[in-house]
Design a protein around this ligand. Structure first.
Ligand code: ADP
Ligand code: MG
Length: 244
């Protein structure tokens, strides 16, 4: 069988905030149709790495490739238009708009001008609502939903754009076990459809159960990567992350 296509590559990426080396020399490759995970203690640079990959912070150094196209100088909306969607660590929904309107922002971000484009966008929204388990809640406002459901709206908004690559920053933070399992199951369904994902989560068991490949970060650098169960057992990861 052929090796899976490379979706994204980061080469020696650094993001420094003054003297803070939030990300400091990370190289990684994401291949098609797999779920990649990033483990690491608070402050290890996980969210900043996602911000670098989506061009929301300037790179201090390094190279980014989407497919084989360099994009380290591209604007965030260009990256989104090429098929990279993300959710944020803290919920970012428009409180005055319905669940459906919030999700539609994802489906329409690529610009839906013609009637046919608008109809296709509406179909993507319908599908995202169904996938994320939000059927019946379309007309609610985010503040009428539990935190777990607000996070589902975020995931739905991201998948409504039908991305090539989905980046998720702690999508199950604040959720109970059942809600976490539901999100993990949704991510696995999306993988079955070929969606490449990069997931940040603290729940080690969920990461081992969900991810095909793990990266472990500490102090802005990768300290291990590979098969999830092996990464979790790695002594450097145990010491950095699990406090053992
Ligand atoms: P994680 O997501 O792994 O918890 P972050 O990427 O949020 O880590 O943060 C990594 C480091 O960078 C932390 O020391 C944090 O305080 C710092 N940092 C993150 N964003 C900024 C910013 N915009 N300005 C200054 N420092 C930042
Ligand atoms: Mg973070």
């Amino acid at each position: 069988t052929e090796a899976p296509a490379t979706v994204l590559r980061a080469e020696d990426v650094a993001v420094h905030f003054g003297g803070v080396k939030a990300v400091d020399g990370v190289s990684l490759t994401l291949t098609a149709g797999r779920i990649f995970g990033i483990l690491g203690p608070n402050g290890s640079g996980k969210s900043t790495l996602l911000a670098a990959l989506t061009r929301l912070v300037p790179l201090t150094r390094g190279r980014l490739l989407f497919g084989d196209r360099p994009y380290e100088r591209a604007q965030p909306h260009i990256i989104a238009a090429r098929g990279v969607a993300r959710t944020f660590q803290t919920v970012r929904l428009l409180p005055g708009r319905t669940v459906r309107d919030n999700i539609a922002l994802g489906a329409e971000s690529a610009g839906s001008r013609t009637r046919q484009q608008r109809r296709r966008a509406a179909e993507r929204v319908d599908r995202a609502i169904e996938r994320a388990g939000l059927t019946g809640l379309e007309r609610h406002h985010p503040d009428e939903l539990s935190y777990g459901y607000q996070r589902r709206v975020e995931v739905a908004r991201a998948i409504a754009s039908e991305p090539t690559l989905l980046l998720l920053d702690e999508p199950t933070a604040g959720m109970n076990r059942q809600e976490r399992d539901d999100i993990a199951s949704l991510l696995r369904d999306l993988r079955e459809e070929g969606l490449t994902q990069l997931l940040i989560e603290h729940d080690v068991q969920m990461m081992v159960d969900t991810c095909d490949h793990l990266f472990a970060m500490n102090f802005g650098a990768l300290i291990a990567e590979g098969e999830p169960a092996a990464v979790v057992r790695d002594p450097a990861v145990q010491e950095a992350y699990l406090g053992k």
